[in-house]
Design a protein around this ligand. Structure first.
Ligand code: TRH
Length: 362
C-alpha cells in the first residue's frame, strides 16, 4: 500500500430509489476502512444516505462519517483540488469545472466510470477499457462489477460473515423488498390459500404500501396481519448492516435493483430478483443473462422452477401459478446458493480489485 493514503473523490448522482447511494456508500466506506484511502463522497441528495446510515446529518453540507468525508454536490461546484482517483458512479457526469481542474493536475487523476451491475456477456470484454477525453489530457477507465472472471467482481466487505444455512423450519420465512409489482397480489393470494404456514416480512416503502392495498386495511411498520396460512409482518426501514441480518434470517428473500440483489447472494439463501424495470422491456434480456449464469449446474426441474418464477415475478407470467414449482426447489436452491457465493468470492471483492487497478496507475 502506498505510504501516503490515496485520495479519492467519489461522485454519486441519485437517480431514484436507494441503490445509487447504497452502492456508493458501501464502496466509499470500504475503501476508507480496508484500504486506508482518504475518501470524499460527493452526493447530490443525502436523503437516501440518511436512511441507509442513520446519524448522517441532512443539514450539513460537509461531514465525516465512518471515515468518509460526505460533501453535498451542489452547482456551482466548489473549487477543490481533485483527488488522485476520481470515481464517477453510474456515468453521473462530473462537474465541468472539476474536469478542467483534473486536466490542470501535474499527474492526471485515475478517472474511473463505475458502471451498473449486469450479467450480460459483453461486460467482461468492456471491463477496464479506457477512453481518452476528446479535448483534455485525461483518460477515463470503464470499471464493471460482475459475476465472472474478467470483471471487477462484487462489493463484499471483509467483515461480512457467512450466515449459517437456513433450516426451512415451519413457518417458511420470506423477506419482501420489491418495486411496484403487479405480480404481487396473485402471489399473496397463493400464499394465503396454500397449505404451508408462511411468514412474510415486508420491507418499508413500496412493498408495505402494496401489501396494505392487498389487505385493504392499515398495515403500518411494526404491524402484523394474518390471511389464511399467511402471516404478514411490516418491518421498519433498517440501516444497511441490519438489512443483511434480515436477509440472513429468512429462508427466501425477494430483492430488487442492484445492491440488495448482491446482498441476497452473500446471504447464501434462495432469492427472487425484481430487476429495475426499463423501457421496451430491455431489462428482460438482463434478467435472462443473469438467470443463465446462475442456473449453470442446476438440474432441469430446479432450473425451470427458478426461471419460470423469476420471469413471472418480472411481469412475464403468473407468479401465483409458478410458486408451487419454485417452492419445491427451494432446498436444492439453498445448497446452490452456497456454491454460487463461493464461486463469486473467488473473483475477489470489487473494492479490493478497484484499489489494485488504481494504485497501479497512480
Ligand atoms: O433502491 P433500489 O431499487 O436501487 C435502484 C437500483 O440500484 C438500480 O440499479 C438503479 O438503477 C436504481 O436504484 C436507480 O435497490 P437496491 O439497489 O437494492 O438498493 C436498496 C438499498 O437499500 C440497498 O443498499 C439495501 C438498502 N436497504 C436497507 O439498508 N434497509 C432496508 O430496510 C431495506 C429494505 C433496504
Amino acid at each position: 500500500m502506498p505510504h501516503r493514503p490515496v485520495s479519492c473523490d467519489l461522485f454519486c448522482a441519485v437517480v431514484d430509489n436507494l441503490g445509487d447511494a447504497g452502492v456508493c456508500w458501501r464502496l466509499a466506506r470500504q475503501l476508507a476502512a480496508e484500504h486506508g484511502w482518504s475518501m470524499r463522497l460527493w452526493i447530490d441528495d443525502t436523503a437516501p444516505l440518511i436512511l441507509l446510515r442513520p446519524g448522517i446529518d441532512p443539514q450539513l453540507a460537509q461531514q465525516t462519517v465512518d471515515g468518509v468525508e460526505i460533501r453535498r454536490w451542489t452547482a456551482p461546484f466548489p473549487a477543490v483540488t481533485p483527488a488522485q482517483v476520481v470515481i464517477e458512479a453510474f456515468a453521473c457526469e462530473l462537474p465541468p469545472a472539476y474536469i478542467a481542474a483534473m486536466a490542470q493536475q501535474t499527474r492526471p487523476p485515475v478517472w474511473i466510470n463505475l458502471e451498473y451491475l449486469s450479467a450480460e456477456a459483453w461486460v467482461a470484454g468492456c471491463h477496464g477499457l479506457d477512453s481518452p477525453h476528446p479535448s483534455l489530457p485525461l483518460n477515463k477507465n470503464f470499471y464493471f462489477p460482475g459475476f465472472t472472471a474478467g470483471t471487477g467482481g462484487l462489493i463484499r466487505e471483509g467483515s461480512l460473515a457467512v450466515p449459517p444455512p437456513s433450516t426451512f423450519q415451519s413457518p417458511l420465512t420470506v423477506s419482501l423488498f420489491c418495486y411496484d409489482n403487479p405480480a404481487l397480489p396473485r402471489l399473496l393470494d397463493a400464499w394465503a390459500a396454500g397449505n404451508e404456514p408462511l411468514e412474510c416480512r415486508v420491507a418499508e416503502g413500496l412493498p408495505r404500501r402494496q401489501v396494505e392495498a392487498w389487505l385493504g386495511t392499515a398495515f403500518a411498520a411494526g404491524a402484523e396481519a394474518r390471511r389464511g396460512s399467511l402471516m404478514l409482518r411490516a418491518l421498519p426501514f433498517v440501516a444497511q448492516p441490519e438489512y443483511d441480518a434480515v436477509l440472513a434470517g429468512c429462508d427466501l428473500n425477494f430483492v430488487r435493483g442492484e445492491d440488495s440483489f448482491v446482498r441476497a447472494q452473500w446471504a447464501e439463501r434462495p432469492f427472487s430478483w425484481q430487476i429495475y424495470p426499463q423501457a421496451d422491456d430491455v431489462h428482460h434480456g438482463k434478467l435472462d443473462a443473469f438467470l443463465n449464469l446462475y442456473a449453470e449446474g442446476l438440474d432441469g426441474p430446479t432450473s425451470s422452477g427458478v426461471a419460470n418464477f423469476w420471469r413471472s415475478w418480472n411481469g412475464m407470467g403468473d407468479a401465483g401459478a409458478a410458486w408451487p414449482a419454485f417452492r419445491a426447489v427451494l432446498p436444492a436452491l439453498a445448497s446452490h446458493a452456497r456454491s454460487w457465493a463461493a464461486q463469486l468470492r473467488r473473483l475477489g471483492d470489487l473494492a479490493g480489485n478497484l484499489a489494485e487497478f488504481c494504485e497501479k496507475r497512480i
